[in-house]
Design a protein around this ligand. Structure first.
Ligand code: GAL
Length: 330
């Protein structure tokens, strides 16, 4: 019996020795959770803030028990490239994935991959169609979700910002709003809805008519916003009363074109964007931009991360989680 006890004691000491270093601290370390984050394109002002916050928040949530190891990939605006990155995540055995699709029209192929792998998946920023979101089997449905903001709301807010001005944006007082629309990427619902709902809401709130002078895609980019608005100003000059941009990146480009043409925002032209980038909020404060709409990248990224963790903990996710936009004016 004595011999048996001493064998047990030695066994116990050996076990302990394996789990402790010289200072007697545990060396097992935290459980490692691998997270794959696929971003549609790094070259995007808003998504750069968004992905930075995903990484920061996972870092904040890492502790002695769990360590989140986050791998982020740049889809370079190429759906085939992103699909390969997601295949890699699956072969690497990621515990959870956060996906910002390049093309929402390719969502079904990606969703099939995710379902087959069984890895929980949180879609962000680029909303797949409802039929794609609800196409998966009951078991996987609780492991997949979309976290985003309702782009219709951002469009409506843009329309209201202009309609609520003293002159309703109708600088020449002819009862009609002459406008330029700088579109993000027409394949994307954010761009579609902002383009559509800004104008619909403007008409409803102001009771005036509208006259579209230019509508052109700028792919969310500052330089394209600049080009489009510079050309529009060269062609239509003082006729232009309002420039609507689907995002702030392009609105910053538009602002440069407006400055270069010697026009003054708030006096002889109005300009509105979406995202509330710091630079734009500064301009709004100074009265150099009419307004913007906060696209809450902190709220959205934190919710996406929280849902990823819930899914890892075996909780059943809803199909959608929505974060509100907020109107930003002086
Ligand atoms: C929008 C955002 C744009 C751009 C786009 C990318 O929500 O307003 O600036 O980042 O997402 O999908």
């Amino acid at each position: 019996m004595k011999k048996f006890l001493s064998v047990l004691t030695i066994g116990f000491i050996l076990l302990n020795a394996a789990a402790c270093n010289n200072e007697g601290e545990s060396v097992e370390g935290p459980e490692e959770i691998n997270v794959g984050v696929a971003i549609y394109q790094y070259d995007d002002n808003f998504m750069t803030l968004y992905r930075g916050e995903i990484e920061r928040y996972f870092d904040e949530l890492s502790n002695e028990e769990v360590e989140y190891k986050v791998t982020v990939t740049d889809g370079k605006n190429d759906q085939a490239e992103q699909a390969a990155q997601i295949d890699n995540f699956i072969t690497q055995g990621m515990d959870v994935m956060i996906i910002n699709l390049v093309q929402t029209t390719s969502a079904s192929t990606i969703i099939d991959k995710c379902e087959e792998s069984g890895i929980p998946c949180i879609f962000i920023n680029r909303e797949p169609s409802e039929s794609d979101m609800t196409s998966v089997g009951a078991e996987y449905a609780g492991k997949m979700t979309y976290v985003g903001a309702d782009a219709r709301q951002s469009g409506r807010y843009q329309g209201e910002i202009i309609a609520d001005l003293d002159d309703k944006g109708d600088l020449n007082g002819d009862g009609k709003l002459n406008y330029v629309m700088v579109v993000g990427d027409p394949e994307n619902v954010d761009a579609k809805y902002r383009t559509q709902y800004s104008i619909e809401q403007y008409i409803e709130t102001s009771g005036l008519e509208v006259n579209k002078l230019v509508e052109e895609r700028g792919d969310w980019k500052q330089e394209r916003g600049n080009e489009i608005v510079a050309n529009a100003l060269a062609q239509y000059g003082e006729e232009i009363e309002v420039v609507f941009c689907n995002n702030d990146g392009m609105a910053l480009g538009a602002k440069q074109a407006i400055d270069a043409a010697g026009r003054i925002v708030g006096e002889d032209i109005y300009l509105v964007g979406v995202d509330a980038l710091d630079e734009v909020v500064d301009l709004v404060e100074k009265g150099e931009m009419t307004g913007t709409v906060l696209n809450d990248h902190i709220g959205q990224s934190n919710k996406a991360v929280d849902m990823a963790i819930d899914a890892l903990n075996g909780e059943k996710l809803d199909t959608y989680y929505w974060i509100d936009y907020v109107k930003v004016t002086k």
